[in-house]
Design a protein around this ligand. Sequence first.
Ligand code: PLP
Length: 434
Amino acid sequence: MTDRSYGFDTLQIHAGARPDPATGARQTPIYQNTAYVFRDAEHAAALFNLQELGYIYSRLLNPTVAVLSERVATLEGGVGAVACASGHAAQVMALFPLMAPGCNFVASTRLYGGSINQFNHSFKHFGWEVRFVDFENLAALETAIDDKTRAVFCESIANPGGYVTDLAAVSAIAKKAGLPLIVDNTSATPYLCRPFEHGADLVVHSTTKYLCGNATSMGGMVVDKGTFDWSASGKFPALSEPNASYHGLKFHETFGHLAFTFFGIAVTLRDLGMCQAPMNAFQTLLGIETLSLRMEKHCANALKVAQFLEAHPAVAFVTYAGLPSSPYHARVKTYCPKGASAIFTFGLKGGYAAGVKLVDSVELFSHLANLGDSRSLIIHSASTTHRQLTPEQQRAAGAGPEVVRLSIGIEDADDLIADLDRALAATAGAVAAE
Ligand code: PLP
């Protein structure tokens, strides 16, 4: 079912799913299965030539995973999506068709710390260069782009800092340079932000977070809007030129607006192999059924907790973009009018020591490295997720030594506030005793 006239709440339950053709089962079955029987030799040849679509081997396509891909593509308003094993795998999948050794992409400094590491260090092994720029400085973004640049990358609501990217302004620069804008929409989800409506060409997700919502299953997704012209500039030969592994087939010429999606399945998953497990896709489909309900509660709780922290004497600042005091509050209205999600940071007047004491003092919050769970989570970024970064990179990513990140869950807001209140009191004592 892909009727876009249905509302979000309907699509999050139905998009991509249909009663199982073999049994009539109404819930999407877990096709825990590796390979699929060909009707005959002709059928097999047609599948391998990409002349007919169908299931060959679950590294490429699996029926449960395909339902998840179609559901996320529909919720984002894209033409197609490819699921993969994790959010980090999705970032590789998004860039692999675009990049080549010696090419670069320009990325925002305000990214999840793991993405900064992946881009800065591991991508070097592919000969890919990342150029980090503060996307508040649009002139610097424009200057960083050269004839070897192949993409522009940012997060809609950045993890961890409560920063909202001016997607329209960034997209205008990418478009002027003839480059695709890739937006990581993990923190916002398609319920809060729809990057394609603001100029994005590709959306990536860690479905591990809010889309799954129950912290059971790793997963990633790359969604294509389907409107970027991969043949116009000659910069994307993987999509526009003959592919030797498919007898000279040209993906863009052959598959049109589905070229990126088909390349993702037929080449990237086939050769890099980062496929998603059917069980994980099933868990994520269950999670997505309640996405809008959960995001409403996440946002309402986050606002209450942020307001409490902003008024607390031990707290130096709160970055929640849903607060009127946030410099990005106006952008929330433009880009995520239903709410500013539920991940934000706050600074402790007691610095690094207070941050460490706080995470050791909470009871209801879980001290761990994740976000987007129905449970409330806390982490001191500088001693954990952002530990490998230089102090300058930590500050640029909004994760300085005094900074604590919260991912607010869907429990009772009053209980969360009481837990933080108790832990903050313990922090004050510890700092004073030093
Ligand atoms: N993007 C964002 C915004 C994230 O927060 C994360 C993980 O925290 C990732 C990507 C990577 O996702 P995964 O852990 O599923 O590989």
